[in-house]
Design a protein around this ligand. Sequence first.
Ligand code: HEM
Length: 560
Amino acid sequence: MAFMMQCFTSLLRECGVVSTSLAELWIISLLAAYMLMLIFIKLQLNSRRSKQQHKLPPGPSPWPIVGNMLQANDLPHRWFAKLASQYGPILYLYMGSNPYVIVNNAEMAKEALKTRDADFASRPRSMFGEVISFGYEDMVFRSSDAKWRALRKLCASNLFTPTGMKTFTAVRQEEMLSMVSSVHSSAKGCSVINIKRVIYEANVNSMCRILFGKKYLRAVPQLDLEAKNFLDLLDRIVSESGQINLGDFIPALQWLDLQGAEKRLKNDMKQALEKFFYPVLAENRKLRDEQGGETIKEGEAKNFLDVLQSFEGEESFSDKSIAGILCNLILAGTDTTSVTVEWAFSELLANPHILRKAQEEIDSVVGYQRVVQESDLLNLPYLQAIVKETLRMHPALPLGIPHYNSATTHLGGYTIPAGSTLLVNIWAIAQDPASWSNPTQFNPDRFLGSDIQLVGQQFQLIPFSAGRRHCLGYPLVLVQVPHILATLLQAFDWSLPAGQRPEDINMQEKVGLSCYRAVPLELLVSERLPTINNTLNLYENMDHTQQYTEHKLSELSVQG
Ligand code: HEM
């Protein structure tokens, strides 16, 4: 080739067509163009060959740099379901330069979360994840290493086994009464309430007391500054979780920080998180030291922070790690549960005959003389069916939490290159007509007499995902959600604000930390059972500076 070029240059020069230097410039340009063409052809061939060797799942063609980002919409679970109807149950696409594999039916989910569970056990990285997890030292965003296993085991045994759950029954029961009593004040005036907010604040109190023994949100006489700052911090986390940070998807743009995410997250939010959690840790450590700092035996913890801080030596957890875990559990344990109860109420108000049937069941099982208790739940199959149907129609995390494969693996006969993010479309799976008749209809009856469980054995319904990273808190959810629902249905009557009809309820979604209602549900509440009101009046007259024992509370709950 070089020889041919040389001959061509000499010819041009000899014929006097061009001067010597111009001829050389020509040649260099031609050579460069030729080389570029060769490189391009080579890359094309390589990519075609590698596509044949690594047969990727189907999906829409990506654009350079942005991938498929411009085609996405605000409700990705619905967009993926639509793509799946075109390309099949397993999709491969790019968000910026990040490859994503999305599974959309029960069979593919089973393969990803059971057969290939170990391959997809890691988590992808993002700026939000890094900040909220205290540098991936937590449990939710941490890759599946030995420390993650130890943390999961510790959390499960102290908080979510039957013994762990029993340790904090009195706290849950008291916070339930506190929430009902605040709804009761609204009911006395027949006023409109934002149902999710009431439940959310009760959950925050309950979780903080279980985790580090502190009740933050007391509305009497009004929220103090510490509580207000804490609520603001939680609200900010929820709002940040809904933002897309371009730098996560197009790393070349990271340094420009076009959306100011670096400042908002890595400076402001990081500081706010440290300012809240580190003093909590220091205060508890001081208390522990004053009390001799003994190791806590299982089932005997005053709060979960005691358990975490009682580990020493090789086994101990860093402050970053402890703060990350507390943050994980507060976020996971408050938002998801309150969102789920809000969706349940939305469906019940849209289907008044189902609401009435649920109240009748509670009345016939619990009667009119006492407040419903956690121990009643086993005897309320229709209520349990309502909870299952709500989790089917409105899973709080419709795409779960992203998984990540560090090494190349396979799914559905396709190759999944290392470094792909796996999303399991929990929502689409629970809407699949192959598994569910009339999937868009809210119909709790479908679960009556059915043995379908929610914990990742039957893959057509996996609101808590499945496999080694399945939701740790599901035993709490399966007590808390039906208990809140039963208590609110038993004590109060619920209706839509004047002028609204059941068929007008707006069921639009908005995705952030969880999948919310786009428009918060506001309901009119009124008193229902006079006997329950007496109990609530008694509770309201108690001295709320002290915490109650389980014994005292159960006495209260049988008063009429
Ligand atoms: C309606 C309520 C809830 C739903 C629908 C839900 C659902 C989920 C889902 C889908 C995942 C992702 C699992 C995966 O990565 O495959 C998850 C993870 C997790 N959930 Fe929940 N969750 C709920 C409430 C809770 C509560 C109350 C807690 C604890 C207080 C909790 C703690 C966790 C933790 C710690 C993880 C991460 C597990 C890990 O990465 O190893 N969740 N949850």
